[in-house]
Design a binder for this molecule. Structure first.
Ligand code: BDR
Ligand code: CA
Length: 315
């Protein structure tokens, strides 16, 4: 029997690494049926993330993709952005033309709700690559959809690596901890790609050269994104390249065997000023709290880059 592609919705705040995730999904039609992409405020404000999303679709030659704008701020906090990492457009690096494809009129949260109500229960996977505001808002507005989600595979959090936006918290969770709490307590099967794993997929010289070596527009842009994005983490951590956080989510959907993790309990800190947005991960099983997530800690990094490069080559 041939494997059916998995239906996914990507929820995203591009972000150069978000762009790699979207391209990986678009280059993998035998594995993934991309139902739509919802933009969220995160790395930069919503006006830019929805525009960046459409630029990525056009770069991939997929202007027919349905792109929606979701929430423009966290559930109950002011937006925190990350221009210091991604540049003022959120996707600094190569110059790309402004998009001409349309933004859908429907609100992204309503698209998520409508899609989950329409599709057969247990057949739609949500892939959040930014703050979890849209997903939480959809669950608050339409609790009936929660039981219909097949799985949520998300990039967010950290345990061994601790924080990147504060000493304790990873950016996506920190920006909207209340939304993260709703998602982590929802009962939906969760797969979490924390910094512990994303800091192992580094854009080394050879890997960036492989993008450029594709000899395509997508390959050139991918190499230039990687070169812009990596400067921040290389300086901060002294690493050999930048961590391509978000495509780990899509790679997991395509090839879960590239990753290793533990099914554990993960709770979100929403009260403490000092550790706000921390993912309190019971990696060592020291509580009797029930597991709610597969928390990923390891990856076949070269296998991941080989997959990514192979799929980018198709666009
Ligand atoms: C996450 O934050 C964003 O800056 C990246 O796009 C990624 O989703 C990493 O902490
Ligand atoms: Ca992101």
């Amino acid at each position: 029997m041939t494997k059916q592609p998995r239906k996914i919705i990507i929820d995203t705040d591009p972000g150069q690494d978000d762009a790699f995730a979207i391209l990986l999904a678009m280059g993998s039609p035998e594995d993934i049926e991309l139902l739509g992409i919802v933009a969220i405020a995160g790395n930069v404000p919503l006006a830019l993330t929805q525009k960046n999303t459409r630029m990525i679709c056009e770069l991939a030659g997929k202007p027919q993709t349905r792109v929606f704008a979701g929430c423009d701020r966290p559930l109950s906090r002011n937006l925190v952005t990350a221009e210091h990492v991604h540049g003022k457009t959120g996707m600094d690096g190569p110059a790309l033309p402004d998009p001409t494809m349309p933004l859908q009129d429907q609100h992204g949260v309503d698209f998520i709700i409508e899609t989950l109500r329409r599709e057969e229960s247990g057949t739609v996977t949500l892939c959040p690559l930014g703050p979890l505001t849209n997903i939480a808002q959809a669950f608050l507005k339409a609790p009936d959809i929660i039981a219909k989600v097949q799985e949520i595979v998300l990039m967010g959090g950290a345990y061994f690596e601790v924080g990147n936006i504060t000493p304790a918290a990873e950016f996506n969770i920190y920006v909207d901890p209340e939304a993260a709490e709703i998602v982590f307590k929802s009962g939906v099967p969760l797969v979490v790609m924390p910094l512990d794993v994303t800091h192992k997929v580094l854009t080394t010289r050879a890997r960036v050269a492989a993008f450029r070596g594709l000899g395509t527009e997508v390959g050139r842009v991918a190499a230039e994104w990687a070169e812009f994005f990596e400067r921040f983490d290389k300086e901060k951590y002294g690493s050999d390249g930048g961590p391509l956080h978000d495509p780990t989510v899509v790679a997991y959907v395509i090839r879960p065997e590239l990753f290793k993790g533990r099914r554990i309990n993960v709770e979100i800190e929403t009260k403490s000023e000092l550790t706000l947005g921390m993912t309190v991960a019971d990696w060592w099983g020291v509580t009797d709290r029930a597991p709610n997530a597969l928390f990923v800690g390891d990856v076949d990094a070269q296998g991941f880059f080989d997959l990514l490069t192979e799929r980018l080559a198709r666009l």
